[in-house]
Design a protein around this ligand. Sequence first.
Ligand code: MG
Length: 406
Amino acid sequence: MSAPSITGVRVFVTAPEGVNLVVVRVDTSEPGLYGLGCATFHQRFAAVVAALETHVAPLLTGRDVSQISDIGRMLHFSSYWRGGPVLNSALSGIDMALWDIAGKRAGLPVHDLLGGRLRGAAPVYLHASGATIEETLDHAESLVAAGLRHVRLQTGQPGLGAYGAPGTPGGYPGAPYPDGWDVHHYLAQTPRLFAAARERLGDDVELLHDVHSRLTPKQAAVLARALEPYRLFFLEDVVAPEHYDRLPEVRAASPVPLAVGELTASVTDAARLVTGGGVDLLRCHISAIGGLTPGHKLAVLCELHGVQTAWHAPADVSPIGAAANLALDLTSPAFGIQEGHVYADVVHEIFPGTPVIAAGYAQASTGPGWGLEFDEAAAARHPPVLGGHERWAATVRRPDGAIEAP
Ligand code: MG
């Protein structure tokens, strides 16, 4: 019996939470059989749509849907200059849609095609934030009360550029840029946040923090050492990707586990992070590295190399991408933790079957493939938004006016 063939590729952009989610639907010659994939690159969604519609879709008509690896390699090499977040996101949309089709044909969820569950559900962490340390810990307490055992803490500081927490305009009057973000204030305040968190939340909750790439390697070592008494589960993105080759010296300076990788848009770069001795938890953005197939390769590499996984998944991963992360989480011995996002009700309307978080665990749909549907009419009621990230990123500057890695 020959496999069905691909008859068409359609691309949708929907922004129900103000974040541009790019969804790919691959249709097949078998009536009613189609697959859904996540090609989300919120900040450059239109480039991904063009790559898919103009360059990728014409290569797929008539292709056998079972040839996931061959199609992925063909698409990867077909542009000659390959990789990067735009082309990888396009590739991810196709890759995930073909895995969805494979699951539907087998009548099995994708995690069963990857070897089956090693765990019943994936423990997740959620984000607690506030303008002050007090507000951040109020938020964290409410998450712990809801059953979370892992919480990321971010707090505000003078200026607009605080990551993951509200900013305060005019923090540095008289400076060239009065709304600036000051690294020295950040380095002094962050240990105070975690000291207060251990006081208030006790020892039974795991604490996480995201630096968002803003430190020099030496500053990162200083912060990691200052945070040692508070037993962080991980410290994320301490340096910018331009300085990843300096990660081993940061990691050698402190036992605080380092989580790195969401800005990696190359599976081979991610592999070098795993083997390079600078990372304890790899946390790639699954669409930016090309989808489930490369994600699975990296999970296997992590398993063999003693590195854990913590796939990136805030609001700029669609429920389809979240389902792909969960398929890896449930099946990989390298699993460390999963970043969680509580999708708004409107997202569940657009994507029936969206994974849910209950009592600190993300539960996968048990339906075939991703176990998800996509309501095109509901999605069309939430058109894409332009420039939101750029408007914020432009405000992230030092008090002297110099732009900061956002
Ligand atoms: Mg991050």
